[in-house]
Design a protein around this ligand. Structure first.
Ligand code: ADP
Length: 906
């Protein structure tokens, strides 16, 4: 039974006994109490009732006596009624008292006797009262005294007896109760004693069963604690199935674990001991060969120390020896034999025999129980074959440097083999270092010889050094001389740079001069051209044919002059590097239109054919280039072609070619496609040797050309330079007398597909705005009655323009500078448009335009700017200042008029 169950059973028994005992004692107390109450209550009520009966009899007697003594007839009736009431109550009480007792009990019989006497007493009383009522008072008194009074005395005697009986009963009951109490007390004592005995027994039982098991466990445990760890630990015998059994089982498991732990500890200890032994031996042996200087010495020390240590009776140490032929051999270095005899071969090659094999494979070979004729180990007492032979290699960085062979009568233990392995591992390094030392020694002796030789050589070198010193000094002198020269050169360079700067400055001045010059020339030329043109048109019809011809000559000479000025200006700008390109998207179509428009009339005039060809596929292609400059080149090439062709025709061919086709043309761009614009003619041609020359400035193929055909020899050189600026070049192919082809190659940024689509509308819009057709359409619109303010400091210009504008019915007012112009605007609010020259003294055109724009009434007044220098950004600058449009000098009348129309009738 489990310890817990025992405890529960013991204590439960005690509890049950306590409950039973308490119940019995309680029960007894209750019944005792009840009995007491019964006795007291019952007897008390009986005695009380008997006393009431007695007092009622007394009352009847007293009442009767009173009547007998003091006969008051008026009160007699009242007394009789009172006596009757009392009698009735008395009778009831007597009946009640009678019922209180058991049948035939002594008390009942006494009550019955009592009842009888009472009846007699009542009858007797009634008789005396009747006598009284009939007036027989004396007889009544006598009757009462003789008859009634004895009955009453007997009655009172009976009541006394009854009370005595009751008292006796009560005493008896009290005695019984006291007895009962004593019994209960005794019973309680007995039960307490019994429970104490039971509790003690249970406690002893539990204690004994617990301490019994515990003492067994403690004994076993004590034995275990003093037991040797190498022995088996005592176990607790588990017989019962209680908590102590669980402790026993747990202890048994622990004992087992302890045994295992102890076994493991023993193993570890022995391993550690072995390792310590190995380490100390390794250290001992390593210390032994400190200071050894030869390999044979090392081999001897090693084998003599190691063989007895590992229990070998026989051992040979072979050193590696690399022969002069490069073949390694193993040579006997040291031996150990228990009997001191010579053993083992002197040497062998790698791979030869078992030891050679071991060296070849760099692997240990263990030979257990070799044949008896393999080797015999002898001692003073006899010979025997070994039980085991071990052949092990010694390696350094995987190269075998020695082989050790040992033999023993007993098989080698694992520890011995491990020691041998550890020693051989370390030995490799030692062998290598000894070999190194030997090598160092040898080298040292060699180096001593070399040092001596060197000493001799160094003496020779010292001599040479002195010679070198002398040479060095000579060289230094030369260097100093050359440094002086280079300083002079620096000076020259500085002078040159200065000159260069002067030249640059001069070139800047030249360009500036040319630009200003061209402006100065253009302004008078402007009025000359306008007026001669008007003269030639002979609007008034009063000129003779000769006069008209003169005017036309003036006009064409003026135009030539203008061309020359433009060319000189271009050239100077290009040379000064100031010609800048203004690129935009342009349709190729546009160039075709331009050529046709310009040159078809010329071809007709000269009776030549003029053909323009362009691939259908590229007609809508847009290229990103400077349109004006490209047109300038085309114009030059076409003009030349028409100029130098008398018969046949001219052909313009626009195409896209692969980059490779433009051979010899230095194209400065990244891409594969090149635009080729070729102008071919059937004219006079250019001899081969002159073909390069014509691209130089002021150079012509023939000295007489200018006389016959006119020209300055500037055109082509300008074209070539512009072409180069555009990233391309011009190539010529010509045969004297057969015609020439000038081809302009420029790189193209392809804009097909989406990009092309996106660009077309924008480009088209821009093109249309500037196309002469648009101006043509509007040329019919009259300018009659319009008022124009002309602001220009050059009166010739004012005169020329006024003449042109007035011919159109326009009213012209003028001002000579910006300030005056603004003044005029204030004075005359009807002015519809302003033509503003840019280059003016005091307030120039830009400033004047800006001022005008600041004034609210003139915010939207159309202003056309006049510029003389056809410089880049002129247009942007004018528009930025607030002008609506611009026109450059020399002014083309039609262009000006169409611009005015555009801005007046927006
Ligand atoms: P210009 O034509 O004003 O003399 P260019 O530089 O344009 O100057 O031409 C230089 C020269 O090259 C010309 O004078 C002419 O001798 C020669 N040349 C140019 N184009 C042609 C051509 N299409 N046919 C024959 N010769 C030409």
């Amino acid at each position: 039974m489990k310890f817990r169950t025992k405890l529960i059973a013991g204590f439960a028994t005690i509890l049950v006994l306590l409950v039973v005992f308490s119940a019995i004692v309680l029960k007894m107390f209750f019944s005792m109490n009840e009995a007491m109450h019964g006795i007291v209550d019952e007897n008390y009520s009986k005695v009380k009732l008997a006393n009431v009966v007695r007092s009622d009899i007394n009352l009847i007697n007293t009442e009767t006596n009173e009547q007998l003594i003091t006969l008051q007839t008026n009160k007699l009736q009242e007394s009789v009624a009172k006596i009757n009431d009392t009698k009735k109550r008395l009778n009831d009480n007597l009946n009640k008292l009678e019922r209180m007792f058991e049948e035939k009990s002594e008390a009942r019989m006494l009550v019955q006797e009592f009842h009888q006497l009472h009846d007699d007493f009542v009858q007797s009383t009634d008789e005396s009262l009747r006598m009284l009522q009939i007036g027989k008072k004396d007889e009544a008194v006598q009757w009462h005294r003789e008859k009634t009074e004895p009955i009453r005395v007997a009655l009172f005697e009976d009541i006394k007896k009854f009370n005595a009986l009751q008292e006796h009963e009560m005493d008896t009951a009290l005695n019984d109760s006291t007895d009962m109490y004593g019994l209960v007390i005794r019973l309680i004592i007995a039960v307490i004693v019994f429970i104490l005995i039971c509790t003690s027994l249970v406690a002893i039982w539990v204690y004994r069963s617990v301490t019994g098991s515990l003492s067994h466990i403690i004994t076993v445990m004590k034995q275990a604690s003093i037991a040797d760890h190498s022995e088996r630990l005592p176990r607790i015998e588990v017989r019962k199935r209680d908590e102590m059994a669980s402790i026993g089982r747990a202890y048994n498991v622990m004992a087992e674990a302890l045994e295992e732990q102890a076994a493991f500890q023993r193993q570890t200890n022995s391993r550690l001991q072995e390792q310590n032994w190995k380490k100390s031996k390794v250290a001992e042996i390593t210390a032994m060969y400190q200071g050894v200087q030869t390999l044979t010495g090392l081999a001897k020390i090693f084998i003599k120390a190691v063989a007895p240590l590992i229990g070998a009776s026989y051992g040979v140490f072979y050193n590696r020896h690399d022969g002069e032929d490069g073949i390694p051999r193993l040579v006997k270095g040291g031996t150990y034999a228990a009997n001191n005899e010579t053993i083992g071969l002197d040497g062998f090659q790698f791979g030869q025999g078992l030891a050679g094999q071991c060296a070849e494979e760099n692997k240990t070979i263990i030979l257990s129980e070799p044949p008896s004729d393999y080797i015999q180990i002898a001692s003073g007492l006899g010979t025997a074959s070994p039980a085991q032979i071990v052949i092990t290699p010694v390696a350094f960085e995987n190269q075998v440097v020695a082989v050790i062979e040992v033999a023993s009568f007993q098989p080698f233990t694992q520890t011995h083999l491990q020691l041998l392995e550890e020693l051989t591992e370390l030995l490799g390094i030692t062998i290598k270092s000894v070999a190194g030392q030997m090598q160092v020694k040898r080298l040292l002796s060699e180096s001593q010889i070399i040092t001596e030789e060197l000493q001799t050589q160094s003496e020779e070198m010292q001599l040479q050094q002195e010679e070198l010193k002398t040479l060095n000094e000579q060289l230094r002198d030369q260097i100093e001389a050359s440094e002086k020269k280079s300083a002079e050169l620096e000076k020259i360079k500085a002078v040159l740079e200065e000159k260069n700067e002067h030249i640059m400055l001069a070139s800047g001045y030249k360009t500036e001069f040319l630009t200003n010059m061209s402006h100065e020339l253009r302004t008078p030329l402007n009025s000359l051209l306008i007026l001669s043109q008007m003269l030639a048109s002979n609007k008034e019809g009063n000129l003779s044919a000769k006069q008209i011809e003169y005017s036309q000559t003036i006009y064409s000479s003026g135009k030539d002059l203008l061309g020359l000025i433009n060319e000189v200006l271009d050239l100077s700008k290009i040379e000064a590097g100031k010609l800048e390109l203004v690129s935009d998207w342009v349709k190729l179509h546009h160039f075709v239109d331009f050529a046709r428009r310009q040159y078809e009339p010329v071809a007709n005039d000269k009776g030549l054919t003029f053909e323009v060809s362009i691939d259908e596929g590229i007609i809508d292609l847009m290229i990103y280039t400077d349109e004006q400059r490209l047109q300038q080149i085309m114009q030059n090439l076409l003009s030349n072609a028409f100029k130098f062709t008398e018969h046949g025709g001219i052909m313009l061919e626009i195409s896209l070619v692969a980059k490779e086709e433009a051979i010899g043309v230095p194209l400065d761009f990244v891409g594969d496609v090149v635009l080729a614009i070729a102008v071919s003619d059937t004219g006079i041609g250019i001899p081969q040797e002159k073909q390069a020359l014509i691209f130089e400035a002021f150079r012509q193929a023939d000295g007489t050309t200018s006389r016959k055909y006119g020209g300055t020899g500037l055109g082509l050189s300008i074209c070539q330079k512009i072409a180069q600026l555009l990233g391309g070049s011009i190539r010529i192919e010509s045969k004297e007398g057969a015609g020439s082809t000038f081809t302009l190659y420029i790189p193209v940024h392809k804009v097909r597909g989406d990009l092309l689509h996106l660009s077309i509308p924008e480009a088209a819009a821009a093109l249309e705005a500037r196309s002469p057709d648009a101006a043509g359409e509007s040329s019919s619109i009259s300018l009659e009655g319009k008022k124009v303010l002309l602001v220009d400091d050059d009166l010739r210009n004012i005169y020329a323009l006024t003449t042109v504008l007035e011919a159109q019915g326009v009213e012209v007012t003028f001002a000579e500078n910006g300030q005056e112009g603004i003044q005029r605007l204030y004075e005359d609010s009807d002015i519809n448009l302003v033509i503003m020259d840019i280059m003016m003294p005091k307030m120039d055109g830009y400033e004047a335009i800006r001022e005008i724009r600041k004034l609210p009434p003139f915010e939207n007044l159309p202003i056309i700017a006049l510029t003389a220098k056809a410089m880049k950004y002129d247009r942007e600058k004018c528009l930025e200042a607030g002008a609506n449009d611009y026109i450059s000098k020399p002014i083309l009348v039609d262009q000006l008029l169409s611009l005015i129309r555009v801005w007046l009738y927006r």
